[in-house]
Design a protein around this ligand. Structure first.
Ligand code: ACO
Length: 433
């Protein structure tokens, strides 16, 4: 298409400007030339929460929220979930291509070699209160890894970056499992190199006194599929924002974990379970839906910033749920969730706002049936997302457009005023929270 430009008329000055359009976007910096006088700063865009702003160029994931499509490096998520292991998809996300057989073996072995954590980390974990939320423990121990690997700060060296990627991908299940066992007062189980990524994680979580813990293959495959299903979101943006200051990847990943812990993001699947427990029975659903429509409650696990259609991941998860329940028995919360979904999807409030179940709606129900407690759910999101965060971080570090992320603001505070001595100050109503 020719003439990929946008012409803007500033009605304040009657001046016209032409700016280039690149892949459906204009550069915000191209607006800076639009001024009312030479001393004017120039026009900016105002976009709290990045509702309509692309903050980077990325080739990791493609998401069409209206059509409900999610691709990793071009491959449909459904095909990857069907045919791949989690580490195979991790390789794809981090390297851009699916591995061949030799590459996959080497990658699996590399990850296995780095699953151990320094014994001192266990001492930190021991210092946490017995009911500390596992996300808090995970965040802190991931941040602490930067103190063990001082080479990690050399973020401009691609070989150093890759080393930290391997370390973090390998150690996340170990840290997550240790956080879990700490809460139960159980001894920590060392990683087992004979096991695959998910079976090793399950072993570190659930091994008791048996000589060898054997994970149920259906459940370990279900966990693998759940690990594969992920996408630029709040926590990825946190990883990029912190990483843009050249902070090491452990510090940046700790920030991403912090973002993920919020109930509007990864914390939502824990909230879904609490919500389903509160609803308790199908007959209470209409009353709950009324509260949601009156703005008193949110239907957790519904709605998404980008997906304005059925989240493709939710569809896969719904299928996995059936497979898991064949093994574990049916989680009665599934029936409440299915009924809730049926009512919500036929209700004008949800239809008008294009609110569909997201990845969190069913994942918590499955995790609970598999034996995870709700406070573990967000951790289960954090482990696989680490791969996505690191893939985006690596891409960002190679990007010639990289600058420290420093969003502008529209200042709406007091204009310049003179200092008032303490004795002359009269009490004013405080407006700052
Ligand atoms: N329940 C009820 N109403 C909702 C919900 C919901 N879950 N989500 C959005 N809405 C309503 C809003 O109130 C708003 O209504 P209005 O136009 O009458 O004011 C409208 O739908 C648009 O919603 P926004 O909040 O503007 O959408 P936004 O893109 O900012 O929020 C979000 C997306 C945070 C995911 C939101 O849908 C939400 O809070 N959902 C529940 C939490 C959740 O499930 N989060 C997990 C997301 S997936 C993930 O992080 C992995």
């Amino acid at each position: 298409m020719d003439n990929q430009t946008l012409t803007i008329t500033d009605n304040r000055t009657n001046q016209t400007y032409t700016v280039p359009i690149y892949r459906g976007t204009i550069r915000a910096m191209d607006l800076r030339q639009i001024k009312t006088s030479p001393s004017d700063f120039g026009l900016m865009t105002y976009d709290p929460a990045f509702m309509n702003t692309a903050s980077c160029q990325s080739s990791v994931t493609f998401l069409d929220g209206d059509a409900g499509i999610l691709l990793y490096r071009g491959y449909p998520i459904e095909q990857l979930a069907e045919h791949c292991t989690f580490l195979e998809v991790a390789y794809l996300l981090l390297n851009g291509e699916l591995p061949d057989a030799d590459q996959l073996t080497a990658w699996n072995n590399e990850i296995k070699r780095h699953t151990m954590i320094h014994e001192n980390v266990k001492k930190f974990i021991d210092g946490f209160h017995h009911d500390a939320h596992p996300m808090g423990i995970l965040m802190s121990t991931v941040a602490a890894l930067s103190t063990f690997y001082s080479d990690a700060r050399n973020v401009c060296d691609p070989n150093v970056r890759r080393k930290q990627v391997v370390r973090l991908v390998a150690k996340m299940p170990t840290l997550a499992a240790y956080a879990y066992r700490h809460r139960l007062g159980l001894p920590y189980i060392y990683p087992d190199p004979e096991l695959c990524y998910t079976k090793n994680y399950m072993n570190m979580l659930w091994k008791r006194t048996e000589p060898k813990y054997v994970a149920n293959p259906v459940l370990s495959r279900a966990l693998e599929v759940l690990f594969i299903l992920h996408e630029q979101n709040c926590s990825t943006s946190a990883m990029r924002a912190v990483g843009s200051s050249n902070a090491d990847p452990f510090a940046s990943a700790a920030a991403a974990i912090a973002a993920l812990s919020g109930p509007l993001h990864g914390g939502a699947n824990e909230e879904v379970l609490l919500m389903l427990k509160e609803i308790g029975a199908k007959e209470n659903i209409p009353g709950f839906i009324e509260q949601v429509k009156n703005g008193k409650r949110k239907l957790m696990g519904f709605g998404h910033r980008v997906y304005k259609n059925y989240d493709p991941r939710a569809r896969i998860i719904k299928r996995v749920a059936e497979e898991v329940f064949e093994v574990t028995g049916r989680n009665p919360k599934l029936d409440i969730a299915l009924e809730l979904e049926k009512i919500a999807l036929s209700d004008e409030y949800f239809i008008k706002r294009k609110l569909y179940p997201n990845v969190d709606f069913y994942s918590g129900i499955i995790y609970q049936a598999m034996g995870f407690t709700p406070d573990q759910f967000t951790v289960l999101f954090g482990i696989p997302r680490t791969v996505g965060w690191l893939a985006q971080w690596q891409e960002m570090m190679r990007d010639s457009d990289l600058k420290i992320a420093r969003p502008r603001q529209i200042y709406i505070g007091e204009s310049r005023r003179e200092f008032v001595p303490l004795t002359l100050r009269r009490q004013r109503e405080m407006v700052h929270g």
